[in-house]
Design a protein around this ligand. Structure first.
Ligand SMILES: Cc1cc2nc3c(=O)[nH]c(=O)nc-3n(C[C@H](O)[C@H](O)[C@H](O)COP(=O)(O)OP(=O)(O)OC[C@H]3O[C@@H](n4cnc5c(N)ncnc54)[C@H](O)[C@@H]3O)c2cc1C
Length: 474
């Protein structure tokens, strides 16, 4: 087995597979290590059974068990299990200044700079705006509620070709309709000579004469070492800092910012109970994202909202009326009265200061994500227009568990962020880890802040940008 490569990449999601293809196209010898297995259309199941899901996702909680986080854990990473919503970040996102007065995005990154990279990603993944025929009844109803309040809502963008609207995007698409990285970047990278080793978990990274040594455990649990002139870490916002922190003894000049600045893309989940007299929306049907998104609150509140469909299993653990219990007989009667005809779930996203932390607890990654005053203020500020929206429609705003409106669980960002100021960013604007030339981050951990919308397109465009830099400079 080959042990020396021009580039070793850890993780095969958006941040990993995209540079893999671009570096191979530039003639580099590339290895990708992916801890998950290969899952294709014939392996996926249409179920929300946690036993099945835990084969294809990493599911973990915050250290106080208040919030849980999901991320992809298969070849193709999150692209295989995501709901597919791929809108570009609004330009203002890149100007965000946090509560410390720090402009978190480096000056080298703006919407204008990313646009050609967004173009590449959209072309590669066949991303296009959904038609109204592809919007579920839930999405249509959400758009109607917005319209009733004099506000706009439009169809979102997806990498789907001939979607059957079966409602199991996040369990893996059995029809092979979702254009995950398994349909484009990964096969093209394989054709260009990239070696993907699956079931291989990177354990630590250490400097070597040729660049860096990466040690990983393979499917048979043996420890193997490979060399890379360049090493790119793209294991996601919880697991990229895990790897760096575990390697700290070999990388003593690592910034103390690694693992800090964790944020959840400003995600807040809420529900709407529709008034009587409307047609049933069959809220479990259609794409997992209800295919609509509103920017109507962007100017005044700095948020966007996507509506989603709601499988019964998720509904039962997540949503209840304010002031009422989320379990027990009364809850059961109420749930039967609203599900699936009268329930919309939705997710708010917007720039927030990253105050969470990923750290190692007995060598296992842990996430601290408390409801700080800043987050509570953000929650109370951005839920206000939703209260007005539900009131205007004679609907009821439903709370989720935990913090009232539970923090979103799928959009983790910021733990190895790029930036202009070395004091606040472990990586330079091109993803290179400070003090370690040739060691890069190119995934969601490198994005310094919320993307204002679902993050994957921006993770992907930024990975294209970082790949360009590496091809030109290494
Ligand atoms: C259920 C769900 C729905 C989502 N829906 C949307 C959506 O509609 N739109 C959107 O924009 N975003 C969505 N997201 C978020 C999106 O998937 C992520 O933002 C995106 O995948 C992040 O890309 P990444 O490259 O940083 O990490 P990932 O795509 O998570 O890839 C990281 C990869 O690294 C691997 N890995 C981790 N540690 C190691 C290690 N030590 N060694 C080897 N391999 C390792 C993992 O197994 C994984 O495959 C969703 C996420 C989930 C979980």
């Amino acid at each position: 087995m080959t042990t020396s490569f021009d580039a070793v990449i850890v993780g095969s999601g958006f941040g990993g597979s995209i540079p893999a293809l671009r570096l191979a196209q530039a003639g580099k010898k590339v290895l990708v290590l992916e801890q998950g297995r290969v899952y294709t259309e014939t392996d996926f199941k249409q179920t929300w059974d946690l036993k099945y899901l835990s084969n294809i996702m990493n599911i973990t909680t915050s250290d106080d068990y208040a919030v849980f986080f999901r991320s992809g854990m298969v070849l193709g990473g999150g692209s295989v299990v995501f709901s597919g919503l791929m809108n570009r970040s609004p330009s203002e996102t890149f100007q965000f200044v946090d509560y410390n007065g720090y402009k978190v995005w480096p000056d080298a990154v703006s919407r204008q700079v990313l646009d050609p990279y967004y173009d590449r990603v959209e072309q590669m993944m066949s991303v296009r705006q959904a038609t109204w025929e592809e919007v579920s009844k839930t999405g249509g109803m959400f758009a109607q509620l917005m319209n009733n309040a004099g506000l706009t809502c439009d169809r979102a963008r997806f990498p789907y070709i001939n979607c059957r609207e079966c409602g199991f995007c996040e369990a893996g698409c059995i029809y092979g309709v979702k254009q995950s990285l398994m349909k484009n970047y990964i096969p093209q990278a394989q054709d260009a000579g990239v070696e993907f080793r699956t079931g291989c978990r990177a354990m630590q990274i250490m400097p070597s004469a040729a660049g860096y040594t990466v040690q990983y455990t393979g499917p048979d649990d043996t420890l193997t070492s490979v060399q890379g002139t360049v090493v790119i870490i793209a294991a996601g916002a919880i697991y990229s800092p895990e790897l760096l922190l575990r390697s700290k003894q070999y990388l003593p000049s690592l910034s103390d910012q690694v693992g800090k600045n964790f944020n959840n893309n400003g995600g807040l989940r809420f529900g709407i109970e529709l008034p009587d007299g409307l047609p049933s929306i069959e809220c479990y049907k259609g794409r997992d994202s209800a295919a609509v998104m509103t920017y109507a609150y962007w100017h005044d509140y700095g948020i966007t909202i996507e509506a989603g469909t709601s499988p019964a299993a998720i509904f039962a653990i997540d949503i209840h009326r304010p002031g009422e219990s989320g379990w027990g007989l009364d809850f059961k009667h109420w749930a039967k009265s609203v599900y699936p005809s009268k329930l919309i779930v939705a997710n708010i996203m917007g720039p927030v200061t990253g105050e969470g932390l990923v750290y190692l607890n007995n060598d296992i990654p842990a996430v601290s994500f408390p409801l700080t005053k800043t987050l509570a203020d953000y929650r109370d500020r951005v839920i206000a227009p939703i209260q007005a929206l539900t009131k205007a429609n004679n609907a009821i705003l439903l709370q989720t568990m935990g913090t009232g409106y539970m923090y979103s669980i799928d959009h983790m960002l910021g733990t190895c962020r790029i930036g202009d100021d070395p004091r606040y960013s472990p990586a330079d604007p091109y993803g290179q880890i400070r003090n370690y030339p040739g060691l890069f981050v190119s995934d969601s951990s490198s994005l310094p802040c919320s993307t204002g919308v679902n993050p994957s397109t921006t993770v992907a465009a930024n990975a294209e940008r970082i790949a360009d830099y590496i091809v030109t400079n290494w």
